[in-house]
Every structure is written in C-alpha cells, then in structure tokens.
Design a protein. Sequence first.
Length: 577
Amino acid sequence: MTRKTYDQLRSARWFAPDDQRSSGHRSRTLQMGYDAQDWEGRPVIAIINTWSDAQPCHTHFKDRVEWVKRGVLQAGGFPLELPALSLSESYVKPTTMLYRNMLAMETEELLRSHPVDGAVLMGGCDKTTPALVMGAISMGLPFVFLPAGPMLRGNYAGKYLGSGTDMFKYWDERRAGNVTREEWQGMEAGIARSYGHCMTMGTASTMTAIAEAMGLILPGASSIPAADANHQRMSTQCGRRAVEMVWEDLTPDRIITPAAVTNAVTVAMATGCSTNAIIHLIAMARRAGVPLTLEDLDRIGRSTPVLANIRPSGTLYLMEDFYYAGGLRALMKQLGDKLDPAAITVTGKPLTEGLEAVPIWNDDVIRPLSNPVYHEGSLAVLKGNLAPSGAVIKPAACDPRFHRHTGPALVADSYPALKAIIDDPDYPMTPDTVLVLRNAGPQGGPGMPEWGMIPMPKALLKLGLRDMVRLSDARMSGTSFGACVLHVSPESWIGGPLALLRNGDLVELDVPARSLNMLVPEAELAARRAAWVAPVAKYERGYGFMFNKHIEQADKGCDFDFLRSDFGGPVDEPVIH
C-alpha cells in the first residue's frame, strides 16, 4: 500500500510553506504553548467532541477525549479538539431531529475550514451519530467514529429497567392507577444510573450498530458499555487508528460502498432496530452516493430475522447483556452469509474477517437464524393512498393482532388536541379506533418530533387495553413499542393524503401486504383535496426558515436538498494566502 508523505498532507498547506501566511499559522500555534515538533511531519487529527453540560449520554466525553488524544500522540499525530453542537435527546425541544442537519453541516465545515487531515468523531446520543457521519462523509477525510456506549442496566425493586421502554410501559400503568407516585419516583432514580446512551435497542444503540456495520467503527466497539474500562482503551485505539488512516488515505468513499450499506441495513434489521434507522440510513447512504430507498430496506427486512433479544423487540435483556453475550460481532457471526465480505472497515480489512472465531456466550440474547426473536426484520414499509411515498411500522414490537386491522379514524390536528383526547377517561372510542396525529412531520412538527408513540388513551386503559393502532407523520423513540404507524409521507402539513383524513373514515392496515389505505372514494378525496388550505409557515427567519425551505421528506432521509451528494459540484478547499 502506498503511504502518503508529509508534504501531501492537507495540514501541511497551513504549516509547511516558508511564507508570511504560514508564519502566522505557526506563530499562533506556538502562542498556545505547542512546540514546532508537535506538528512538523505529523498528521493533524480533529477530535469532534459533542460533550456538553446538557448531554447526559456524553458526560464521559470530557474524560474520553483525553484518551483519544493519547492515542493520536502515541501514533505520531497532532490532536486538535473541536467542540460541536451537542444534541441531547433528553432536553432539546421540539426535537433533536430539527438540528441533526445543523450538526452535519457544522461537522463538515469544521473539518473543511481547519488544518486537519483526519478525524475522530465522538457521538452516540440518537441524532449525533448520523449527523457526525453525514458531515464527515461529505467532507471526505479519513475518520473513525467513537461510540459513546450504552449506560448500565437500570434497576428498581430488584428488576432491570430499560430506558424509554419501561418508562413508557409503566407510565401507562401509572395513568391506569396501578403504580404509585413513590414507586414512579423510585423508577426515575433507578432507570438511568450511569453515563452513556440508552441501554435498550433504541435509536442510539441502533445507530452505533449501523455505523459499525457500515465499517466506520473499530470492530466490536459499538457494544462496549460506556462505564466499562474497555471503553477507555477503545478511545485510545480510535486515536491511533485515525492517524494510520491518514497515512493510508483510507477515505470514507472507499469504505461506504453499496455492499457496506447493504450490510448496515441487514445488521440493523437483525438487531430489532429503531424505526428512526430508516430515515438516518437513507440520509447517510445518499451522502455517500448510494441511492438507498424504502423498497431496499423493506426487501432486506423481509429476509433478515430479528436475532437480538433486546428490549423493546425482545422482552428481557438490555445492551449490557448483549455485550456480555458477545456483542455486535457475535450477531454478525450469526448472520453468516447474509453479510457481504467485499465491504471493508476503518481497519482496512473486510467486515467479516475473523467472525468465525468470535465466541457467542449466550444464544438466547443473540439468537441463531434457526431461533429468531421475530421471523422477519424489525421494520416494515407500508404504502397506499394514505402514504403514497411510504410509512413504517415495527411489527416485532406490537401486538400481532394489529398486523391486519381496519377501524375508524379519530384525528387530532395538534399535540394539544391529542392530549385532550388521551387524557379524557370518557372520550368516545373503541378498541378498533385508529388514533391519528397529523401536522407532526418534518415541516409540521417542526422537525418530525417523537410524538408518534401516542400514549394509550385513558378511555382504553380503564378497559385493560395496552395497545391500539396509532398513525402519524411523526417519529417515535427507538425505545418505543406498540402498533404505531409512523413517518407517513408526504406529510400532512404540505398536503399529503393524511391531511384529507376525517373522523370516522375507515383506515385499513395490512402489514403482511405492506399496505396502508383510507377506505374513502377517490371522488370524495378529490373534493377534499380541492378544499384543502395550506397552513401558515411556522418560521419567518433563521435556521427554522432555512429548514422548512430545504428539508426533504422522510422517505428521502430528511436531509437538506442542497446537501445531497448529487447537488452541484465538489466544494473548493480553503485557499491558503
């Protein structure tokens, strides 16, 4: 393999020339206390750190960045920490999805504008993984993704608790009067007891697994719990490997191929992944020039069973158990020839290399193909006159009796209107009712908030019911469960068919047939369409204005139209004066 020389490094354009401008770069670096030998002849590695005081999933990044720097220095590189937008799923309103593309843009521009040759990306909380990866793909420099890692298992009253999943479950029980305030407070204190992201197979664990399966993470690293000492060692290894990748010129276009994207989708389906995976996978693949579609996802899902027995698709285990059972590499081993050996990783070696030697310590946690958790993949894509561009459901995480269902629609045009319905113990509805929330998509939300797992109405809770068909153009948390149809596209806010649905209209859901329809005559729909009036825009300035002007729909990955890989030509590198 041909290795780069120092004068071929991008950073050398800042530091090496004997001219006035470069003299300024060197003198300002000396001003910070560095010595010339810190950068001369060395690759500069940017460490994009999404730590903040309002990011519980990344609390340990303040420490981990020092381990990354250690690895960069050990390998003969020069580390530069660059703070970036920190998107905490716990705090950011209305949704971190509104700002995923902002972090992607910031990542791309940080790498483009600074004297760096490669990067370590530090993320893990839901939208940070796709955002960092999307930006780094578009920039094209060698990079390694450092996953935050899942937190330890929650615990209350001798039972394991899973973040998100069990809070949704027990909140229904509290609303039904079966959980006391004191018990609820005990769960609050016990469910998140270490740093790290959600320890269920929610969006965070899903996206880091996808990044590893796509080849962007050191083998096995996505499974390591955040509080495990192996996580510190892995952080140092990321720093070392980033330096080597620069010398090898191992850029993302060599890693993220169609084979790598197919592997990522296959692994995602086998994990029992978050519904959010669909949007992020499409966006990441399209940034790399791979035209992934909803049809591709559904096709792969039909032939890839769920093997990870992790909540919410599983019933008992959490990510700590997954790690002890062998982790993601063990799951890949169980997938066998479903993975394409042509794809490589940040190591420069095939993703499948060495899988035959990976131990599987618990095959109830990581199931074989002969004994899956669910016979098909985690997600199913639906189409019909309610969702001509697609919608998504997680069949493995809902009551099977709802896989085929017809019932009358009960429509809420806003979240406050929905709350009035679900909080009224006497609201007229039946178990067959299809509860609908609209105007919650990419533009309507704005940002497509996680409102799609609509809480069970009190009117049905008092009947002992814990699931019903719910329908929305919103998303839901990856830790959620239930018969929730999400990502209806085009969204209602821009006049998608969901905007035409009325109370009492029959909605027909057929998961095996992958269909979603409203049983309304076309002539009636045409009349409703002619009478529809577009809502007033929610933003007239700033980022929100730009977002609504350029955001694509869910089936296209909710990226900005001007950031697609096929939009215009290459961006010019900074000119060094």
